[in-house]
Write a protein that binds this ligand. Structure first.
Ligand SMILES: O=C(O)C(=O)C[C@]1(C(=O)O)C=C[C@@H](O)C=C1
Length: 379
């Protein structure tokens, strides 16, 4: 580099630093305003996530960006990231308590990660939460006395027997709910054991989400929905979207969404391990999509084997879904073994037609994800 180039670059970089510092001051200002919005919303009991406001704001900013020669996608990306920050900061202010008359809440399995997350959300909403864990059963009656909600969040394998054996004498007005990732059997067990209001919930997220904004909670109604309507409203105030589902339809979807999905990630990891793949080399040569895939598989093994065994072994029917997957894998392998390229392309087109417009939608969505993966690269 010539001296002149160095000087020019230094000057321009100094100006960029100045602009970035201004951005930082503006961010500080925005965070302060958002904190005030959080206080107003808390007092009024409004949900943390305001989709109509977001859509209107993004629309306006995109149009302004276009007029200024700035990419609309750039401002949208930045604002979405900022709003993620808002969900976190507004959460800290706490939430309106929809049902102050409830009495306390007992969370069975409250030391588990999901139990802890729900305990925190209820506490942030002003409820008194008591945790009941393995060693607390000898004073369970005391804990249940006066409870308005009992929430079961123990491993799937023990959920139904725990409900049947331990929860058959809850106060009748008390709501019984669970957070298990299968819904049919636990709902049946709750309805057969408890005479009062019953509802099955499945939070479709892990305990490491920073906020519940935009997350999905599946609701399978059990008995007396008017008695737990407040709970639906409370979860809505936390920002989550409630999706009502029939337990059978939910469980069938989970055979693919969870059991088959996690099983194939498990085998992928198992295969890398048995092949003694060198992860550093894989990362060095990884394309963004490979890195994303490796992250999705690798994150499984940062969690507990028991948790994934619970999810994969939860429904006998998942065995059929996984076996079908393996049959299709074997058939496709046959195309490779026999060098049947035309057969491969024919199958590819069959699947492509089946995906229809979704494939285009997924192409667009994944492009943004891959770009963020690439942004995170520092070398
Ligand atoms: O305007 C609000 O209601 C806010 O909470 C602020 C804000 C934002 O950061 O701009 C954050 C979350 C909402 O979903 C919409 C907008």
């Amino acid at each position: 580099m010539t001296e002149k180039t160095t000087a020019e670059l230094e000057n321009l970089r100094g100006l960029i630093d100045g602009v970035d510092s201004q951005l930082l001051s503006l961010l500080r200002k925005r965070l302060d305003l958002v904190a005030q919005v959080g206080t107003v919303k808390h007092a009024a009991g409004l949900p943390i996530y305001a989709p109509a406001r977001e859509a209107a704001m993004l629309g306006k900013r995109r149009a302004e960006a276009e007029a200024m020669g700035v990419s609309p996608q750039l401002i949208e990306d930045i604002l979405r990231r900022l709003m993620r920050e808002s969900y976190m900061s507004e959460k800290d202010v706490g939430f309106k308590q929809v049902n102050p008359e409830l009495g306390h809440i007992v969370i069975i399995g409250g030391q588990g990660q999901l139990g802890r997350l729900f305990a925190q959300m209820f506490a942030l909403s002003g409820y008194e939460v008591r945790l009941l864990d393995k060693d607390d059963w000898d004073h369970a009656d005391e804990l249940f006395d006066g409870a308005g909600l009992v929430l079961v969040t123990v491993p799937i394998a023990t959920t139904c027997s725990l409900i049947r054996e331990r929860l058959d004498h809850l106060p009748e007005h008390c709501i019984l709910a669970d957070l298990t990732s299968v819904k049919g059997a636990p709902l049946k067990a709750m309805l057969e054991t408890h005479k009062g209001p019953v509802v099955g919930l499945h939070p479709m997220f892990g305990p490491d989400v920073g906020s519940l904004a935009k997350q999905v909670v599946v609701v399978c109604h059990g008995r007396a929905p008017e008695k737990y309507q407040w709970l639906m409203e409370q979860i809505g105030i936390w920002g989550a979207r409630l999706v009502e589902a029939d337990a059978g339809r939910h469980d069938k979807a989970m055979q693919l969404v969870q059991a088959m999905r996690h099983f194939s990630s498990f085998v992928y990891g198992l295969n890398l391990c048995r092949e003694q793949a060198d992860i550093d080399t894989l990362l060095e040569f990884s394309s963004p999509i490979y890195r994303l895939e490796l992250a999705m598989v690798g994150r499984l093994f940062a969690q507990s084997g028991e948790l994934y065994a619970d999810i994969i072994f939860a429904q006998e029917e998942s065995l059929t879904a996984i076996s079908d997957f393996i049959d299709n894998y074997r058939d496709a392998l046959e195309l490779l073994k026999t060098g049947d390229r035309a057969g491969f392309i024919a199958r590819f087109n069959e699947v492509s037609n089946w995906f229809g417009n979704y494939s285009q939608q997924f192409l667009t969505e994944s492009r943004a994800m891959l770009q963020s993966v690439n942004d995170m690269r520092s070398v």
